[in-house]
Ligand binder design. Sequence first.
Ligand SMILES: Cc1cc2nc3c(=O)[nH]c(=O)nc-3n(C[C@H](O)[C@H](O)[C@H](O)COP(=O)(O)OP(=O)(O)OC[C@H]3O[C@@H](n4cnc5c(N)ncnc54)[C@H](O)[C@@H]3O)c2cc1C
Length: 401
Amino acid sequence: MSGIIIVGAGQAGASLATKLRMLGYDGAITMIGEEPAPPYQRPPLSKGYLLGDMRLERLCLRSVAFWEEQKVTLRLGAPVTALDRIAKSVRVGSEIIPYGKLALTTGSRPRRLPAASGGELDGVYTVRTIADVDAMAPEFQKGRRLLIVGGGYVGLEVAAVSANFGLQVTLIEMAPRILQRVASPATSDYVRKLHTNHGVKILENTGLDRLTGNGRVSGAILSDGVEIAVDFVVAGVGITPTVLLAEEAGLDIENGIRTDDFGQTSDSSIWAAGDCASFPYKGARIRLESVGNAIDQAEVVAENMLGASKSYEAKAWFWSDQYDVKLQIAGLSSGYDHVVTRGDGDAVSFWYYAGDKLLAIDAINDARAYMVGKRLIEMGKSPDPVVIVNPAADIRMLLKS
Ligand SMILES: Cc1cc2nc3c(=O)[nH]c(=O)nc-3n(C[C@H](O)[C@H](O)[C@H](O)COP(=O)(O)OP(=O)(O)OC[C@H]3O[C@@H](n4cnc5c(N)ncnc54)[C@H](O)[C@@H]3O)c2cc1C
């Protein structure tokens, strides 16, 4: 056995390596990452770090000294370019490194605007890495005009930071409403109003026809034919799981690297976790793009790499910070047929039901509702909506009943 190699030094890779050591694994661990930085957290990239409020060191999940103490060898700044499953080795540059077991935590990559739509003009950015945000930093000068393409969480968080900074922000969303893929109309309404009140112009049902400019972006023609002048553009149009290495090595791919309940791929020596991995979930197959999933799944995979045979039970949770509003989400709302609202004004929560069954909650500035809703979903309990809507009800009692 030649030790464990982890490909991808991000959130999931860091959790996996740490958990292996916590479980007492004392063999060699090598974590290989194509980015130059040691594993870091991405959420601040569209929040504090983008605003310039957070120093680079604070992004890192652990210090370099920690990885040294843990005897985790970090190989940073160069990707694994090939995986040989027969020889059980990976290639980095000209070097071939053997493994006993391998974990793929290769994350995902942002979708880019097509070159034919001007996506390769200077001044067009995505937000996935430190390098992306650092490259964008000089664009942040008060009064400049920013176009954000895509009304998902990343686009909206960039809009909030940019409006706070004093940029003139227009956000276009081709779907009928922002957050349509992940949230109810009630949450979309709340978030839209929040942005509009901060001066962001939100155009729904509006796609991008193309960006214009000579070398550098200077304008955008929208799907309704309207042309606007822009100084720079951020595309927040989703991500695709990073599967090329796995695919070229012949692993099964199905909306990400296909894993079983234990995080094992179609090769019994190779596991996958985080954004890049799809896994069985309640009779279907899903992939989650969140810090919570990256941590939890990677920890279960670490246990299973050491022989535990433990199923991964995903507990979906997510958060988003926009202005001074904290949105916390638990559960998966897909398949809901009605939404029950608790509270109004600043602290409000939306509870997603399918029939009598509670599926998910979006809590806005209401940590208690989030905590209770999350626990109820994990316990498989579905509270009576009459209690939820009653502002006088102490919903913590629902956990005891
Ligand atoms: C701007 C932004 C804001 C976010 N906000 C939130 C939030 O508020 N809440 C939340 O829950 N989630 C948030 N997320 C999502 C969350 O950050 C991701 O789900 C999480 O980082 C996934 O972890 P991962 O380890 O799977 O992937 P990553 O953290 O992306 O790590 C994968 C690493 O693998 C490397 N890699 C890929 N291929 C290779 C290769 N062949 N060789 C070597 N290295 C390779 C990549 O370069 C990358 O460094 C946000 C993401 C972004 C981009």
